[in-house]
Write a protein that binds this ligand. Structure first.
Ligand code: NAD
Length: 282
């Protein structure tokens, strides 16, 4: 086992020292930032990722501290393989992070013909909602054994309209219900929480059913537009969102939060009516 990340964790008093996590969609964007941050906190990490190229890059870059498995979150077998590979390499599992998802480039109800709404729903919900459910199912026995936790990536679209179209917004609201139900069902042994980021530059794409499989989020958004609507007035990096996950996963720092969703969205919930941020003149 490489000692680089553990040494760093010891030097910094890493919050996840000795823990093991499994992260879906860890090949780019927020998932990759979580892999990097969790390693830096002393955690060893399994990844389930659809892109074979990203899986190869993860295994090459991180060596023995990461086991990346190529597969699709829509498949129970692939989720089970990722859990088995993580347990085989590291011996236990403390945290499952459901994170892999796709967007819909804010395609509205009136933008889409009915047949695309139909097939787009099936594809997007299968990844964003069924993928979380199947990941939870595969990881639950190991988490019950370790009395660990689950964390799901939500979005500003879990709470507010207009950050996506009806497909994405409904899928991210559905994940809120999943968190509440699983937090109830898996208590008292497993804590289940969510983190809802706002816009960031990543490889986030849309459903093939909508012809959006090669279209990335920043093809539809600009850093200035995202920063402009946020009370904290900056364009976050994926790494900026990782702190709440570390806190939620940490056994020492989170014994009491379950069924909680952290709005990691640079203050969207306190956006003002007259001005985005009341203190802009200060
Ligand atoms: P990303 O595309 O960079 O990362 C998602 C990863 O998931 C990719 O590596 C992709 O290959 C993988 N993936 C996609 N479908 C998969 C499948 N079926 N099976 C396995 N892996 C699959 O995008 P991101 O922005 O980092 O997205 C991560 C999370 O952040 C998502 O839940 C997304 O909804 C959420 N989010 C993103 C933004 C944003 O502005 N980028 C804003 C709010 C929330």
């Amino acid at each position: 086992m490489s000692t680089t990340h553990e040494q760093k964790a010891q030097a910094t008093g890493g919050w996840l020292r000795g823990q093991v996590a499994l992260i879906t969609g860890g090949g780019s964007g927020l998932g990759l930032a979580l892999v990097e941050r969790f390693l830096g906190e002393g955690c060893r990490v399994g990844v389930l990722e659809r892109s074979a190229e990203k899986v190869g890059a993860l295994n090459e870059r991180f060596g023995a501290d990461v086991v990346a498995v190529q597969g699709d979150v829509r498949s129970h077998e692939d989720n089970a393989r990722a859990v088995a590979a993580t347990l085989a390499r590291f011996g236990s599992l403390d945290t499952f992070v459901g994170n892999a998802a796709i967007w819909d480039h804010a395609a509205g109800l009136m933008d889409l013909p009915a047949e695309q709404l139909d097939s787009g729903f099936d594809e997007l919900f299968a990844i964003n909602v069924k993928g979380y459910l199947l990941g939870a199912k595969a990881a639950a026995p190991a988490l019950l054994a370790s009395e660990g936790s689950m964390i799901f990536t939500l979005s500003n679209s879990s709470f507010y309209p207009g950050g996506g179209g009806p497909l994405y917004t409904a899928s991210k609201h559905a994940a809120v219900g999943l968190i509440r139900q699983l937090a109830y069902e898996l208590a008292p042994k497993v804590r289940v929480n969510g983190v809802g980021p706002c816009g960031m530059a990543s490889d986030l794409r849309g459903p093939a059913a909508l012809g959006q499989q090669d279209r990335r989020i920043m093809d539809s958004r600009s850093p200035e537009a995202i920063a402009g609507i946020l009370p904290l007035q900056f364009f976050p990096e994926p790494a900026d969102f990782t702190g709440p996950y570390v806190m939620l996963a940490s056994r020492a720092n989170n014994r009491v939060l379950s069924g909680v969703m952290i709005n990691a969205d640079a203050g969207l919930g306190i956006r003002g009516i007259r001005h985005v941020a009341g203190g802009l003149h200060l």
